[in-house]
Design a protein around this ligand. Structure first.
Ligand code: C2E
Ligand code: CA
Ligand code: CA
Length: 566
């Protein structure tokens, strides 16, 4: 029977007493000191003890059936229960009894009739000792963090839960780099103080449900239950390393530390506590080998995926700040007369080595992380400014800008476009937005509204990669579309593959019937251009006419007359 929920939730007290009045007095003596359970015979007492693992047992000696000594003996024989403090309660005063009780592992006697304040003081003192002992057994003495024993418990629990609810559990093993030299030169007191400081910082860097533990030496383990995607783990690891990398100031001296970190993940690369630990350790070792002050995943798959993406994202952020994104332009050419009628803005990213990174590589990640919003805004602004410049020089040209689905559903998208047009002074009729079929198929009402506003203003709408997506003809009627761009995959194989040729023919007929402008993408040869033109497609975009080039180079082409505007 559970009779009281104590203030100190940590302590569990079991009262074993067959006399109801005595039991009442005892429960008054412990009221408010913990969770109290009551048993009136030895068998019930053992059952309750196994269930609730009491810290303290108040045990009557004279009971019917199993007496107090036997109960104590049984408690002490059970490794899970043997640490409980047993206080005998008895009206006997024989020394023999007292000795026997101590022999069985009891710690003290309380005599009946009970002196309530004295009994309570005894009980409190023993509960405090027990708490201290428990803490010592489960915590690291230097930092106060959970130790290996408690970490194992918590990992077991986390794994059990993860198996039920299909979540991941990550173990991050963090080992300070070159810590030995600090101990050697600064002395152990500095070393200890640093470890304590590291513990504090790590605790501040983790979520409430994570466990930071110290394994001894300069090794810490962070248990992170309920992990979702891997990407977040990379960020988390980076944050932990960053919190160690901030200088420590002790007794007026500055210390700079770094750490190496290994990550293992259940169930992706580890199936139990042991393998989680072993794999995190191996990954940490790899981080050391790779030059320290970094993290590594145990699984190479996760490693290359998450780390690569993480680095790409970090680089992309700084690229945005440093302004190393550039906008290239690829002319759209009217085949008859070879006149440039428009140009498509295509983003380029020049990385630190000076190489161009393809948008196909970073646009998907930019979409996932939301970075596409500032990137897209940058491209649109650049494109409008550059087009306006050509127009002011007497070269009227429509500029096409790719708009990702993520941008399109952003609340501020319409106002962003408007603001950009105002700032660049570009007339709306010179701006064309390229969206994919996916945008039209999703969130129809919002799309309809946004497109209607844009179209009414005079901005042109093009469907990019036409034929590869949903290709629902219904939306061509429902939405205000001006242009279809035949996807380059059809153009590439149209001369070899009959079905690609047939698709192109069908798209051209469709565009003619609906009075839409047509652009063929990826035109690389004269033959392709000829066939397209014969079928009725006039406007071409592709390497055969021009590759995407920086704005300055496009201006040079126009200046030299190599490329002419209608
Ligand atoms: P896209 O919109 O279909 O752009 C056409 C792609 O085909 C461009 O690749 C272009 O360089 C390439 N291309 C042009 N002519 C030929 C040709 O004759 N042969 C071949 N093989 N390829 C040709 P790029 O510049 O690498 O861009 C790839 C994709 O990245 C684009 O496909 C577009 O979906 C996306 N993208 C580029 N810039 C932006 C941007 O500013 N915003 C957004 N949201 N997406 C962009
Ligand atoms: Ca495009
Ligand atoms: Ca395209």
């Amino acid at each position: 029977m559970r009779i009281c929920k104590g203030i100190d939730v940590d302590s569990v007290i079991l009262i074993v007493e067959d006399q109801a009045t005595d039991a009442q007095v005892l429960s008054a003596a412990v009221s408010g000191l913990g969770d109290v359970h009551m048993a009136s015979d030895g068998f019930t007492a053992l059952a309750l003890a196994r269930q609730y693992k009491p810290d303290l047992v108040l045990l009557d000696i004279e009971m019917n059936g199993m007496n107090g000594f036997s109960v104590c003996k049984a408690l002490k024989a059970d490794p899970e229960l043997c640490d409980a403090a047993v206080i005998f309660v008895t009206s006997h005063v024989q020394t023999d009894n007292e000795l026997l009780a101590l022999e069985y592992g009891g710690i003290v006697f309380i005599r009946k009739p009970l002196n309530l304040p004295v009994a309570r003081a005894h009980i409190k003192a023993h509960l405090a000792l027990r708490r201290e002992a428990k803490k010592l057994a489960n915590h690291d003495a230097l930092t106060g963090l959970p130790n290996r024993t408690l970490l194992k418990d918590r990992t077991d629990q986390a794994l059990q839960k993860a198996r039920r609810s299909d979540v991941r559990v990550a173990m991050l093993l963090l080992d300070l780099d070159n810590f030995k030299s600090i101990n050697d030169f600064g002395g152990h007191s500095i070393g200890d103080a640093l470890l304590q400081e590291v513990a504090v910082r790590l605790e501040q860097a983790v979520r409430a449900l994570d466990t930071v533990s110290r394994q001894g030496g300069d090794e810490f383990i962070i248990l992170s239950p309920e992990v979702g995607a891997f990407d977040g783990l990379g960020d988390f690891a980076e944050r932990l390393l960053a919190c160690i990398a901030m200088p420590f100031v002790l007794q007026g001296n500055r210390y700079e530390l770094s750490a190496s970190l290994g990550i293992s993940v259940f169930p992706d690369d580890s199936e139990d506590v042991e393998s989680l630990y072993r794999h995190a350790d191996a990954a940490m070792y790899q981080a050391k080998l790779d030059g320290r002050n970094r993290f590594r995943f145990f699984s190479t798959d996760i490693e290359s995926g998450a780390r690569g993406r993480h680095m790409l994202e970090q680089n992309m952020r700084s690229a945005l700040e440093d302004g190393v994104f550039e906008v290239f332009y690829q002319p759209k050419v009217r085949a008859t007369g070879a006149l440039m009628v428009g140009m498509e803005a295509l983003i380029r990213w020049r990385n630190r080595d000076g190489d161009l990174v393809s948008p196909a590589e970073f646009i998907p990640l930019a979409e996932q992380t939301g970075l596409i919003i500032p990137i897209g805004k940058y491209v649109l602004r650049r494109a409008c400014l550059d087009a306006q410049m050509l127009i002011e020089q007497g070269m009227p040209v429509v500029v096409s800008v790719n708009i990702s689905a993520v941008q399109f559903v952003e609340e501020s998208f319409l106002s962003m476009v408007q603001e950009t047009l105002r700032e660049s002074k570009l007339q709306p009729k010179f701006l064309e937005l390229e969206i994919t079929e996916g945008v039209l198929a999703k969130n129809v009402q919002n799309t309809q509204h946004v497109l209607a506003v844009l179209h009414k203003q005079g901005i042109r709408i093009a469907i990019d990669d036409f034929g590869t997506g949903y290709s629902s003809l219904a939306y061509l009627k429902r939405f205000p579309v001006d242009v279809l761009k035949i996807d380059q995959s059809f153009v590439r194989d149209m001369l070899l593959d009959k079905s690609d040729a047939a698709i192109i023919e069908a798209i051209i007929k469709l565009a003619q019937a609906l009075d839409l402008e047509l652009v063929a993408e990826g035109v690389e040869t004269q033959e392709q251009a000829d066939v397209l033109q014969r079928n009725g497609c006039e406007i071409m975009q592709g390497y055969f006419y021009a590759r995407p080039v920086p704005f300055s180079q496009l201006c040079a082409l126009l200046d030299s007359g190599a490329m002419k505007i209608k």
